[in-house]
Write a protein that binds this ligand. Structure first.
Ligand code: HDD
Length: 701
């Protein structure tokens, strides 16, 4: 059997390099197998002698149909792609585990929550929603946060997002929502954007979306990376214990790295500089052993709370504020392993909301009920066979036994005569068990109707609550985002209709957007099924800034250096950052690197044009005097400084950098930290813990 090499990109050692032979009249030389290099074969295992030339009748003659190697190779290539996901097409996955803190047997019999310290393997896939597989990572979009737990009682998929509410209340509207968000059908654009007429037309006619609109226009939809965002199961689920008692639950993932987003102008530029910014970040962090972690938290409540809560707990457009039902941390998720093969794992993984395990159950949320059909259905289309659970990434890691059989690509084919139940054969296969999954016996009755419950009718109160919970700078970003998106809408009536909804949320916000769009007159407020409640208190937990990270660990600093960079300062900066768990990257005029003031060579991580400041959380400008003179002539160097300033980053600088700072036209403030001596580096690193120098914003305004 052909042996697989661990890393095909490693240069082969001389022992591994095969003999060189000359093939064909062109005189090209190629390597044949030798040493530990495996022999190239066809899919049927037939060794291949020539992979460079097809079989021809004469060197300049036609190619022969007889060339089975050519035909097999091209046939397989033609079929390499599978349909991308109809939504969440662009995603990135990683392996890890869930570690349970203590037994939750009092509320659930789910096996993974029974024993303190027990680890359950899992796979996570993060994604954007609207864009196709090749779209940029920093699109303004909801992020998918899907977790597959391989428990001892089967796979549990918690298929959530980084936002705790959804656009719609009933799954029947999902195709409309997605059609409206995706590229418009006549022109096939815009890609990965909601800034177009169809999306805002649909939204402005769907008051139930207003709470979600506040979230997606906030910085939550432009996260710094997957590592710095929360995750939510969104719906209310049930936990059921061994006595059959049910407790309602909402699932939350809290990043140990802290919450962090980029600003919109930065997002736009990151998309150009590194469209893979988010996936690269996760790949790099895991590769460096800086394993990202989230805590799983539960909001637990009973029927009595559900009865008295202001909103319907079955309505996925509502949250339960943490101030009303606190979140109990029950375990942690650690992502500690990269995928080996993107297609086999990230692309083929199939999440299904219907995958739940004994001890967890659905609620009657109409969005969740519809999802339970959609996910199984879509996997048949995407993966081509009901046997998609035979693909390793989707297969349970616990024993399983059933009588489902055959179908395309069946890989697990039980031996023996029995494929039905009941049967009377000895050893006649698996049987049902009282320990198996039992649905919670919730009593239900009522007429068959197509109707929305009255308890789902308040569309503005929590939208307002979200808005008033934000820090002023975050409110400003929401206003800017709405103005930007609606300015891309060509139809004035749609812009006005949206502003009429904003009037029901916050008059100040409506004013800002109306002014930003230069509406000729303020429209009337939209007709509301229920008036907006003014009594809901701000919830601090809804703001990113108010819950900012406690440290700068896990971030990246970009230092712009030239020949003659101060050796002591560079070394001290590197050490101070390392001590804080921060990565230092060197950006130089040439990728080959620079020689510091002590004559030591440093390889650069990026050439200046390939390493703009948007790729870093903070920057240091450390040219020598001569280097600064050179940098003033380079537009990319001026942008490096100007962008870092505009994006409210902390900026360390050497005295010799002054001509460049001047040329970039930036005004120094307390976010600029001079590095006069090596001792100043620690102060810079500690200032960076605030992530952004927001005071600059206020000063500019
Ligand atoms: Fe969905 C994928 C999350 C509503 C139908 N959804 C998908 C993924 C995530 C979510 C994270 C990507 C999974 C992966 O990485 O493979 N979806 C949500 C959340 C929702 C939601 C949090 C609301 C609370 N989705 C929703 C509805 C429907 C769907 C209402 C249909 C009625 N979603 C799908 C789908 C997808 C999907 C078509 C596309 C690819 C896939 O399932 O495997 O079935």
């Amino acid at each position: 059997m052909a042996k697989r090499k661990d890393d095909s990109r490693k240069p082969a050692s001389s022992a591994a390099v095969g003999a060189e032979v000359t093939i064909g009249k062109g005189g090209e030389t190629h390597q044949t197998a030798g040493g530990d290099r495996p022999v190239l074969t066809t899919q049927q295992g037939i060794p291949v002698a020539d992979d460079q030339n097809s079989l021809r009748a004469g060197v300049r003659g036609p190619t022969l149909l007889e060339d089975f190697h050519l035909r097999e190779k091209i046939f397989h290539f033609d079929h390499e792609r599978i349909p991308e996901r109809v939504v969440h097409a662009r995603g990135f996955g990683a392996h890890g585990y869930f570690e349970n803190y203590k037994s939750l047997a009092n509320v659930t019999q789910a096996d993974l929550f029974q024993r303190a310290g027990e680890k359950t393997p899992l796979f996570v896939r993060f994604s954007t929603v609207a864009g196709s597989k090749g779209s940029p990572d920093l699109a303004r979009d909801v992020r998918g946060f899907a977790v597959k737990f391989y428990t001892q009682q089967g796979n549990w998929d918690l298929v959530g997002n980084n936002i705790p509410v959804f656009f719609i209340q009933d799954a029947i509207k999902f195709p409309d929502l997605i059609h409206a968000a995706k590229p418009e059908p006549d022109r096939g654009f815009p890609q990965a954007q909601t800034a177009h007429d169809n999306f805002w037309d649909f939204i402005s006619l769907s008051p139930e979306s207003m709470h979600m609109i506040m979230w997606i226009m906030s910085d939550r939809t432009i996260p710094r990376s997957f590592r710095f965002m929360e995750g939510f199961g969104v719906h209310t689920f049930r936990l059921v214990n061994a006595e059959g008692k049910s407790t309602f639950v909402k699932f939350h993932w809290k990043p140990k790295q802290g919450l962090q987003s980029v600003v919109w102008n930065e997002a736009v530029k990151i998309n150009g500089a590194d469209p893979d910014f988010h996936r690269r970040d996760l790949w790099d962090a895991i590769g460096a052993g800086d394993f990202p972690e989230w805590e799983l938290g539960l909001q637990l409540f009973d029927e009595a709370f559900a009865e008295k809560f202001e909103f319907d707990i079955l309505d996925a457009t509502k949250i339960i504020p943490e101030e009303q039902v606190p979140i109990t941390p029950v375990g942690r998720m650690v992502l500690d392993r990269r995928v080996d093969n993107f297609f086999a794992e990230t692309e083929q993984v199939a999440f299904c909301t219907q995958n739940i395990v004994p001890g967890i159950d659905f609620s009657n949320d109409p969005l969740l009920q519809g999802r339970n059909f959609s996910y199984l259905d879509t996997q048949i289309k995407r993966l081509g066979s009901p046997n998609f659970t035979h693909i390793p990434i989707n297969a349970p890691k616990c024993p399983f036994a059933h009588f489902q059989q055959d179908g395309h690509m069946a890989m697990h084919n039980p031996k023996g005569r029995v494929n039905y139940e009941p049967n009377s054969w000895s050893g006649g296969g698996p049987r049902e068990s009282p320990q198996g999954f039992q649905s919670y016996p919730e009593p239900v009755e009522g007429p068959k109707v197509r109707a929305r419950s009255e308890t789902f009718a308040d569309h503005y109160s929590q939208a307002r609550q979200f808005y008033i919970s934000q820090a002023p700078i975050e409110q400003q970003h929401i206003g800017n985002a709405l103005t930007f998106e609606l300015s891309k809408v060509e139809t004035p009536a749609i812009r006005e209709r949206m502003v009429s909804h904003l009037l029901n949320i916050d008059a100040g916000l409506a004013e800002v957007v109306a002014k930003g769009l230069r509406l000729k007159a303020m429209p009337k407020p939209a007709t509301a099924a229920k008036p907006t409640r003014q009594d809901l208190k701000p919830s601090t937990k809804l703001s990113i800034i108010k819950n900012g990270p406690k440290s700068f660990a896990g971030r990246k600093v970009g230092a712009l250096v030239t020949d003659g960079v101060d050796a002591e300062i560079l070394a001290a900066l590197g050490q101070a950052l390392k001590a804080e768990g921060v990565t230092l990257k060197l950006i130089a005029p040439e990728v080959g690197g620079v020689k510091d003031s002590a004559g030591t060579w440093h390889d650069a991580d990026e050439k200046l044009e390939g390493g703009p400041s948007v790729l870093f959380d903070a920057v240091a400008i450390l040219p020598s005097k001569e280097g600064a003179a050179l940098l003033t002539t380079l537009p990319a160097a001026r942008d490096f400084v100007a962008d870092a300033t505009a994006h409210r980053k902390f900026i360390a600088y050497a005295a010799s950098a002054s001509p460049l700072l001047e040329k970039a036209g930036v005004a120094l403030d307390e976010g600029f930290i001079p590095l006069k001596t090596a001792a100043d580096c620690a102060g810079f690193v500690s200032a960076c813990g605030k992530i952004r120098f927001w005071d600059r914003d206020a000063a500019e305004r």
